[in-house]
Design a binder for this molecule. Structure first.
Ligand code: ASP
Length: 425
């Protein structure tokens, strides 16, 4: 059986087992025990195996990407193309989300007693998040991208800091004499290859890991909550589905030259990994492998665009942010004018760029957006209970969006030919 069939099987069986345990043996101690001692740890080991590759992978691939692109002007051009694509596709997805939420207005139907009950249940969690994420919009956001100490940035999983250091380091390698740069480049190539092997080993665990991760979420999930917030959840899911099937498919067709069906088929392993880990960072290793092996994108482009995309490009997240902010505004009766909604789009884009690629990474930033448009930030408590499921779904679009960006940049900056990939399938 092929690995990705096994992973899908793990996902389906894990979800079925979790939902069965949740409905048939709700609250039973043995279900919790299995979650804590078997399924949870297996899932965590898989997640950690992937995460432990992220820092060396990002460092090696970005440095090599920059060094191999050769001259610094070319790096600038590729970088600018990449970032412009990120920003435009992220804005497009936020607009899709806002349009839907304006049409359906799910916030107006939420009963006040449900609202109070949810606020009461999740308030302390929301307040904890607000205290931890003291993010405000300001010049610091940019200053903080430059790390004081690259080792500390790596140790703290500060991806933007590591990326910044790698970009400068890679650029510097192109500026010193070639015979001096060569040994460093060879070391990084070896590092990159070894890490790819580690990822292959980790992916062997994927079917079990995915089973465990999904089992834990579904066996503990409050499905009743989903019913209470059904309109909101549906707007998010329909928005994500529309954006994937129409928006991203059109983008990958127009800008990447790929047949959308071929694209989704080839991107499948990334989609499943994103779904089960809820983390763009944890999916990055798989995403690079998929780009290089399945889509045949040149490593220097995949290694440059995808690590940037894992932190900066979050299409699913920005759609979700737009829907959530407006939904909560509706719940609290705050009427947002067209002008405020445009601000929501802009802030959704900025915060999607700033959010960390970890489960729930965007939540603290959504609180900042809420506060900016005059909705109490603690309102986020209302949706915390259903967030994990929505996080799984939005992360799949975040990682698929990165692949579309890599296809676009490869097509415009190298001799990569999407037709050979189209023909193959
Ligand atoms: N979990 C998302 C990701 O890693 C971030 C978020 O929307 O919370 O891409």
């Amino acid at each position: 059986m092929k690995l990705h069939t096994k992973i899908v099987l793990g996902l389906v069986l894990g979800a079925a087992a979790g939902i069965a345990a949740n409905t048939l043996a709700a609250g039973a101690l043995w279900v919790a025990w299995i979650g804590d001692n078997v399924a949870g740890p297996v899932g965590q080991i898989f997640l950690r195996m992937l995460l432990m590759t992220v820092i060396p992978l990002v460092f090696a691939s970005i440095t090599l990407g920059v060094a191999q692109l050769g001259d610094i002007r070319r790096v600038g051009r590729v970088g600018a193309r990449t970032v412009v694509y990120f920003l435009l596709s992220t804005a497009l997805s936020a607009i899709v989300g806002l349009t839907l939420v304006n049409l359906v207005r799910p916030g107006e139907g939420l009963a006040p007693d449900v609202r109070e009950q949810l606020m009461a249940t999740y308030r302390s969690q929301a307040e904890g998040m607000q205290a931890a994420g003291s993010t405000t919009f300001g010049i610091d956001l940019f200053v903080n991208i430059v790390p004081r100490n690259p080792v500390a940035a790596a140790a703290g999983l500060d991806m933007l800091g590591v990326i910044f250091f790698a970009l400068v380091f890679g650029a510097a390698l192109t500026m010193i004499p070639e015979e001096k740069a060569r040994p460093m480049i060879r070391v990084l190539e070896a590092l990159g290859e070894a890490i790819v092997k580690v990822i292959e080993i980790a992916m062997k665990l994927a079917p079990y890991g995915v089973f465990g991760l999904i089992f834990v979420v579904t066996s503990r999930f409050g499905w009743d909550l989903l019913r209470q917030l059904l309109a909101y959840v549906l707007v998010v899911l329909i928005g994500l589905f529309l954006y994937a099937s129409v928006g991203l498919s059109a983008l990958v067709r127009i800008f990447g030259g790929l047949n959308p069906l071929t694209f989704w088929k080839k991107a499948w392993t990334s989609v499943i990994t994103g779904f089960s880990t809820s983390s763009s960072n944890a999916t990055l290793p798989t995403n690079i492998a998929v780009a290089e092996k399945e889509l045949k994108i040149p490593p220097k482009i995949a290694g440059f665009v995808l690590p940037l995309g894992a932190t900066m490009n979050m299409n699913g997240t920005s759609l979700y942010e737009g829907v959530t902010v407006l939904f909560l505004a509706q719940v609290f009766g705050v009427d947002l004018s067209l002008g405020s909604q445009i601000i929501v789009v802009l802030l959704s884009v900025i915060t999607a760029v700033g959010a960390a690629g970890v489960p729930g990474g965007s939540l603290p930033l959504i609180m900042v957006v809420l506060a900016t448009v005059g909705v109490p930030p603690e309102a986020i408590a209302i949706i915390l209970g259903v967030d994990r499921i929505l996080d799984m779904c939005r992360t799949t679009l975040n990682v698929a969006g990165d692949l579309t960006a890599a296809a676009y940049v490869a097509r415009t900056e190298t001799d990569w030919d999407p037709r050979t990939v189209n023909r193959e399938s």
